[in-house]
Design a protein. Structure first.
Length: 535
């Protein structure tokens, strides 16, 4: 499709761009300058920014950005990617934040095996149908066929719940609140996209059981709030908290909630994380029963919830620019890069002083809790270094040259805006941490303003379609019926773009006057839903 929003299909490892990316990424560097008395200087080669434009060719831009920033490397198996330290470090910060939050709620971590038997997988029919096309199967051991194939978990309800049934006997065994940090495999889709849609991905999945529905429902929203904070507080990405429609809810759940992000460059929504109230559907299937206070046998009320490495892809899509990645300071693996700039005519004593001052600044910043590194390589020019670290999205570049030394100051450049300011050397340890927080807040403010600009209200079909053509989300009153949602998806599809669906039913609902009609069916509206094209 010609539509920019569909360009991510170019990211399949079978296409030309991905094939090139599968080779080890070549360093974006100049030819090495020969020392005096050698063969002489050769012409420098410097790549500035990325070749692709985010606005003109989003798919090519994204593919180039995740490779050149050293976030991923392509792998031999289509849809599987190597998470390099630059991206895995972000995931570690997310896991630290979220793990602390769930432990404060009383959740414990555990680990369950990767494999699940066919019988267990087939226990809950509706659940299995929702994942059937994505399940990968192990059918051989060496050269021998297995008597019965074993599935690789697409999610762990059917792995964990048979054992919940063994462990839960009395109301005293409740609540049972477990989480695991693990990987899952889903094999259905044709066009993998790094971080956003991959055949293997990292995530956490929480699975909990309670004696009552109110307890379960309270946790659903507590977890949803934590997910929202991962996006807003860490990644500087705004999200809408809401309930999924009946059509979009998790298979087998009573209802599902989610946080929804939006990528303005493509006009598509992204489901950021989900928190499901499973009701008693799974406990009845797996016979998770407990003896209540009155001696009666009752089924447990359950939840499941998950957040994955998709978070990283959303961050890249929302904040990245034509120079590369833009890292929010709180998750940036490296927050400050210090670049000394020695003049060619410096004496040995002056070079030693510059080196000593640089080392002292790095030490001060580390003591202040800043993740900092010095790039003092002498075979690369400053311009190349600037570009190198801009591609990787380091929030702050601190430059220290001969003139700065004379003024006893350093020049600081922001990655997000490019703005520069001079800071006295005595103030660096105090100013830089404060500036990092300013950058974090400014990034969230800008992305939040953009999120709101891309959200329109429509009460008629004509206004709805006009908003979609502007690549916006649409908040519209609707009848909350699956048939209506199916109809909207079909009618809103065009030759260049997929149809729209409900992203969520926002928890914060605008007032709905009594006689409001559904924008698509003309029936009485039951609520406001957020619609859009999505990944």
């Amino acid at each position: 499709m010609a539509e920019v929003t569909d360009n991510l299909e170019k990211l399949d490892v079978k296409d030309k761009a991905a094939k090139k990316a599968k080779a080890p990424a070549k360093p974006r560097k100049e030819k090495v300058q020969h020392p005096a008395g050698g063969k002489g200087d050769k012409k420098k080669e410097t790549k500035l920014g990325l070749k692709a434009s985010k606005a003109d060719d989003f798919g090519a831009w994204y593919s180039e950005a995740v490779i050149e920033s050293e976030m991923i490397s392509y792998y031999d198996v289509s849809g599987c990617y190597i998470l390099r330290p630059n991206s895995f470090s972000i995931w570690e910060k997310i896991t630290d934040f979220f793990d602390k939050g769930i432990k404060e709620l009383g959740v414990q971590n555990a680990y369950f095996p990767l494999f699940v038997t066919e019988d267990a997988l087939n226990t809950e029919k509706d659940h299995v149908e929702g994942f059937a096309a994505e399940v990968a199967w192990v059918t051989k051991s060496g050269q021998s066929e297995l008597d019965r194939p074993i599935a690789i978990r697409p999610t762990s309800e059917t792995v964990m719940y048979p054992y919940y049934a063994q462990w839960i006997r009395s109301h005293r065994d409740l609540p049972l609140r477990l989480n695991q940090w693990t990987n899952v495999v889903r094999w259905e889709f044709k066009h993998p996209t790094p971080f956003i849609r991959t055949r293997e991905f990292l995530w956490q999945e929480g699975h909990t059981a309670f004696a009552t529905l109110p307890e379960a429902e309270e946790e659903v929203l507590q977890i949803l709030d934590l997910y929202a904070k991962v996006y807003t507080d860490l990644l500087a990405v705004p999200v809408c908290k809401g309930k999924k429609s009946a059509k979009e809810k998790f298979a087998g759940s009573l209802y599902s909630t989610s946080v929804e992000a939006f990528v303005s460059a493509t006009g598509r929504g992204v489901q950021g994380a989900t928190s499901h109230c499973l009701g008693q559907n799974f406990s009845k299937m797996f016979k998770i029963e407990f003896e209540a206070d009155d001696g009666s046998k009752q089924f447990a009320w359950q939840n499941s919830w998950g957040l994955s490495t998709r978070t990283i892809g959303v961050m890249i899509m929302v904040h990245g620019d034509d120079k590369g990645i833009v890292m929010p300071p709180r998750v940036a693996p490296l927050q400050v890069i210090v670049i000394p700039i020695p003049a060619a005519n410096l004496t040995d004593a002056q070079r030693a002083e510059l080196s000593s001052t640089t080392a002292d600044l790095v030490a001060q910043l580390k003591k202040a809790g800043v993740r900092v590194q010095c790039d003092d390589r002498d075979n690369y020019r400053p311009g190349w270094k600037y570009n190198h670290w801009e591609v990787k999205g380091v929030p702050i570049r601190l430059e220290l040259g001969s003139k700065d030394m004379e003024k006893k100051s350093a020049m600081v450049a922001r990655r997000d805006t490019g703005a520069k300011e001079a800071i006295m050397l005595t103030d660096v340890a105090a100013r830089v941490p404060a500036l990092l927080e300013e950058i974090q807040a400014d990034m969230l403010a800008r992305s939040s303003a953009q999120f709101e600009e891309c959200k329109e209200v429509a009460t008629t079909w004509e206004d709805f379609m006009a908003a979609l053509e502007r690549k916006h989300m649409v908040l519209a009153p609707w009848a909350d019926e699956e048939e209506v949602e199916d109809d909207v998806r079909k009618r809103s599809a065009t030759a260049d773009a997929m149809g729209a669906k409900t992203l969520c039913i926002p928890l914060e609902q605008p007032e709905l006057p009594p006689d409001t009609k559904c924008f698509a069916s003309g029936k009485d509206a039951k609520n406001w839903a957020l619609w859009g094209r999505s990944y």
